[in-house]
Design a binder for this molecule. Sequence first.
Ligand SMILES: [Fe+2]
Length: 163
Amino acid sequence: MATKTTEAPTTLAASHEVAAGAAQFLTPVVLDLEALVVNGKQAHWHVRGGSFIGIHELLDTVVSDAQGFADTAAERVVALGLPLDARLATVAAKSTLPALSDGFQPWETTVAQVVGLIDAALVTVRAAVTGLDDIDLSSQDVAIEIERGLTKDRWLLQAHIAA
Ligand SMILES: [Fe+2]
């Protein structure tokens, strides 16, 4: 009688090169998205003016989407067997997002600044899409999904101030 094994075939394990590539390109994505979560909430709380409620509520969508995207990217790295450092101090030190103005802001300023945050994150995400093309298509797919979602949220915000 044949003996069944419960061990996964070793050929299905991610190679070190694949895991390292995913970590190299997706970790910066996680750091920028976590920064977008924190500063997106800051913007949500401090927006003022005639379009207050629309922007206030839309920023919650931006934050919620960014947190979901960060989770997907981080868990891809971990699923391949590597840790990542997305601790608060690391996010603050390494995120590429520009600074956000302090205190209450007119809604036009809030929209322009959050679009700026998303634009910086998109540079990082698009670098991941390009960089992962030769390394791991599933990790690239994660980056592509995030690029599509962030670009949509950017549109929903930017349309408020577009000519
Ligand atoms: Fe809120």
